[in-house]
Write a protein that binds this ligand. Structure first.
Ligand SMILES: [Fe+2]
Length: 384
């Protein structure tokens, strides 16, 4: 058996009102002049107002600074501008508030704050990234789990492609999961981001690497999502459901340090080529992909079904998979996530480009069963 790394290191404050503990957390980290990183859409939200209130006043006279230029799909300029703001204001830490994009920029800005002229294309030639400024992550969506991840996805200027910067030093020193900050998320986004978290849990559990700790976390994540996501979708003010979704999203991302699978390889091109929301893209590809995997590895989803509350302990492999997949299909339908790709603006003429990018995507290499180029094409055609 080859050596495997198990890492669950992020300090996390959880609960309604946990944001109020931020000043104490900053003090513990020795941060006195934090740079806050957000996207412009957050400026007018209750979540940002709550953060500003906790940090003190509206920035005037207070020792914190703001970078609000993050793009929905973060580009290198976001990272460079945030790093420049960090240096100009003599900041000593970064707080990122928002969905996955501000969190990814906040993580990476510390690299260029330390080495302004650094060429990010050479990131993997430079393994010594110790001594980065402390990073605090505060998610306002429950989906990507970027707050507990050690990677940052940025579109680089030179290549115009998404680069995954992965390094343990990118990890947050503190994560705050406060359901008060996600109560304003509209139902559609609640459903789509939640479907991303569900896909993380299912794909990481079923990918074949040996990682029983992640497996346990992934299955409990499924159980939490099945319980909480419909409630958060129907009633955004249900703080119990919002809290459970925040934890489940973080669990999904902890679990996928094990790896992901074919659903994410199908979903990534749908975002880069067709501009589709990542969670929605996963949701629309999940059921067909589960059928594909179960046909080649019967019984794959039995324990996922048990985590969903189904009585599939003793039935045949085929029956356990069928019941679990039917449950997930109904679950997504109840969240309004059952349309075809073409209903979301995908043009059949884009199929070749989608397949070409999906083949290059690394996620399917760790799928539960092997995936060929033709398999990817058939799966797209099934959901098109
Ligand atoms: Fe994802």
């Amino acid at each position: 058996m080859s050596a495997t790394t198990f890492s669950f290191p992020t300090r996390t404050l959880f609960g309604a009102g946990a944001l109020n503990d931020l000043p104490a957390g900053l003090k513990t980290l020795g941060v006195r002049r934090p740079l806050v990183v957000i996207d412009s859409g957050l400026l007018t939200t209750d979540a940002f107002r709550a953060l500003a209130a906790v940090l003190g006043a509206n920035g005037q006279g207070a020792s914190w600074f703001l970078y609000s230029g993050v793009h929905p799909n973060p580009v290198e300029a976001d990272v460079r501008e945030a790093a420049a703001a960090f240096r100009e204001n003599n900041c000593d830490g970064v707080i990122a508030l928002g969905g996955g994009s501000p969190l990814d920029v906040g993580k990476a800005a510390r690299l260029l704050a330390k080495r302004p002229a650094f060429d990010l294309r050479k990131f993997y030639d430079e393994p010594e990234w110790t001594g980065l400024a402390p990073f605090v992550a505060i998610p306002t969506t429950a989906g990507t789990g970027s707050e507990v991840g050690r990677s940052s996805v940025i579109i680089l200027d030179a290549t115009k492609r998404k680069a995954v910067l992965f390094h343990p030093e990118l990890l947050a020193k503190l994560v705050i999961l406060d359901p008060e900050l996600t109560r304003g998320l509209p139902p559609k986004l609640t459903a789509a981001t939640g479907a991303d978290a569900l896909t993380h849990c299912i794909e990481s559990y079923t990918c074949p690497a040996f990682h029983p700790m992640c497996d346990g976390i992934a299955l409990e994540g499924v159980r939490l999502i099945v319980d909480a996501l419909p409630r958060a979708y129907k009633n955004g003010g249900d703080l119990d459901a919002r809290g459970k979704m925040l934890v489940a999203a973080a669990m999904g991302a902890v679990a996928f340090q094990k790896d992901l699978g074919v659903v994410h390889s199908l979903a990534h091109p749908l975002s880069t080529i067709c501009g589709m929301h990542h969670g929605l893209a996963n949701a629309l590809c999940l059921v067909a992909s589960m059928r594909f995997c179960a046909a080649r590895k019967p019984g794959l989803y039995r324990r996922v079904g048990i985590a969903c509350g189904l009585d599939v302990m003793k039935c045949s492999h085929t029956e356990a998979d069928a019941q679990t997949i039917a449950f997930i299909a109904e679950f997504l339908k109840g969240l309004g996530l059952q349309s075809k790709l073409r209903d979301q603006g995908v043009n059949p003429e884009q199929l070749d480009a989608l397949v070409a990018q999906a083949v290059d995507d690394p996620c399917h290499k760790t799928n539960a069963v092997p995936v060929t180029k033709e398999d990817l094409r058939s799966l797209y055609l099934e959901v098109l």
